[in-house]
Design a protein around this ligand. Structure first.
Ligand code: SF4
Length: 429
């Protein structure tokens, strides 16, 4: 017969629980500045059939997005916010006066499983301040992922932060257990990194990214054995760049992103508008950049990855290296290249259709389907796109030509987004 718990045991359990809640509050708050958390592209795994716990998609997973579009359905925490580094822009830097906490490996494993089983999360996003050394920190994070996968047969999503400077063996091990790995590039300019994060090395960051790229390539290479090698970070790698903490222009940001996509085959570069932090250094701006800057950078990034735009083309319509906050980069390019318009939507190829302001890739594909059956009119385009407010001045359709509208001097003013100076970042928690 089980013995009843003594008051002391009840008290100890209660304190441990309070302690854990406090740690969770501190370490979830500390992690909210990292924007690189979307979970797309993970390998399909699930526990149907009675083996293991969780799934990377389908039933039982709660996908939640904040109104500003960020994915928060991951348990997004730091292993610890103690850090031996003193990166000026970071709230967890060693000289910061914030409350500190540290999870044990078991605590993170238990929290992940508990939250997963209650359907609070679809996976784990784990990062950490650097404690003792890069290797020690990475080893601790790897233990969490290893325990989830091997001890608990956890099949949900895991995104692990890779600590720049950790050994190749630890990077390789992280890739075996994680769906996605990310190394933060931090800032768009090497000089800014040297000034604001002097203990970090751009060489270490790039070497870590290079290792992930090699791991991904090896995992897809059957040439040695004819058999597929073990999976390695099947959702690839991503990074985060802080925007607005230094003097870098949008051209600098996009140049670095373009290089990262090409050199390291990144799935995503996340742009995170700098948030002023308590007791910040005089080397940092006092105000955060306008959120429209972050939004325009994402739009430009999208144009480079999915719409066939070259970085130089986008930047040709960004005077002084800054994207126009009042209009999206595709519209800015079209206004700067009006001689290419109006474009006949019944004749243009897909690549050119994708350059028409206001037409997304899905609309273009549907348009191509419709024009196999009939000549597309402006009404058809309105139905396909939902709105032709931006497109109508740049297209010729059956029965429609914009005439002098394409070259009208006030076209930019008519299509500009009204200033939203009062817009503020919504809280994630
Ligand atoms: S290493 Fe990471 S956690 Fe530590 S101060 Fe720098 S950015 Fe912050």
């Amino acid at each position: 017969m089980p013995l009843a718990r003594t008051n002391w045991e009840h008290y100890t359990l209660w304190m441990a629980r309070l302690n854990l809640m406090r740690k969770l509050s501190v370490l979830a708050d500390a992690a909210k500045y990292d924007a690189s958390c979307a979970s797309s592209g993970g390998a399909k795994r699930d526990s149907r059939g009675g083996t293991g716990v969780g799934a990377t998609g389908g039933m039982g997973v709660c996908h939640a997005y904040t109104p500003d579009g960020r994915c928060v359905s991951l348990l997004k925490i730091l292993l610890t916010n103690f850090c031996v580094f003193d990166c000026v822009y970071c709230v967890n830097r060693s000289s910061s006066n914030v409350e500190r906490a540290r999870f044990s490996v078991k605590e993170v494993v238990d929290l992940t499983l508990d939250f997963y089983k209650r359907n609070y999360i679809e996976g784990l996003f784990l990062s950490s301040g650097v404690i003792r050394s890069a290797d020690y920190t990475q080893e601790q994070m790897n233990r969490v992922a290893q325990s989830l996968r091997l001890d608990h047969d956890y099949r949900g999503y895991i995104h692990l932060k890779l600590v720049a400077g950790a050994s190749p063996e630890l990077a390789a091990e992280a890739g075996i257990y994680a769906d996605r790995l990310s190394v933060n590039i931090e800032l768009p300019l090497d000089a800014s990194l040297a000034r604001l994060a002097p203990e970090k090395s751009i060489g270490d960051i790039k070497r870590a990214m290079g290792r992930v790229r090699l791991g991904l390539e090896d995992a897809g290479d059957r040439s040695h054995t004819g058999r597929r090698p073990p999976a390695f970070a099947p959702a690839g790698q991503s990074t985060q760049m802080v925007v607005g903490a230094d003097e870098a222009t949008d051209a600098d940001v996009l140049t670095r992103a373009d290089h990262l996509y090409g050199a390291y085959k990144l799935r995503r570069v996340y742009y995170s508008a700098f948030s002023p932090i308590p007791d910040s250094s005089a080397a940092l701006p006092l105000e955060r950049p306008h959120l429209m800057r972050e939004h325009r950078l994402y739009q430009a990034d999208w144009l480079m990855r999915f719409y066939g735009f070259g970085r130089a083309e986008i930047l040709s319509a960004a005077p002084g290296g800054m994207l126009d906050p009042a209009i999206d980069p595709k519209l800015a390019w079209a206004l700067a290249n009006r001689d290419r318009f109006p474009m006949d939507v019944n004749r243009a190829d897909r690549e050119m259709l994708l350059r028409i302001p206001g037409l997304g890739a899905k609309t273009v594909d549907r348009l191509i389907g419709v024009r196999r059956l009939k000549r597309v009119t402006l009404d058809d385009l309105q139905r396909l796109a939902g709105s032709v407010k931006r497109a109508r001045s740049f297209v010729i359709c059956e029965g429609w030509t914009p005439g002098a509208e394409t070259d009208a001097p006030d076209l930019r003013a008519r299509l500009a987004t009204p200033s939203r100076r009062a817009a503020v970042q919504l809280s994630l928690f």
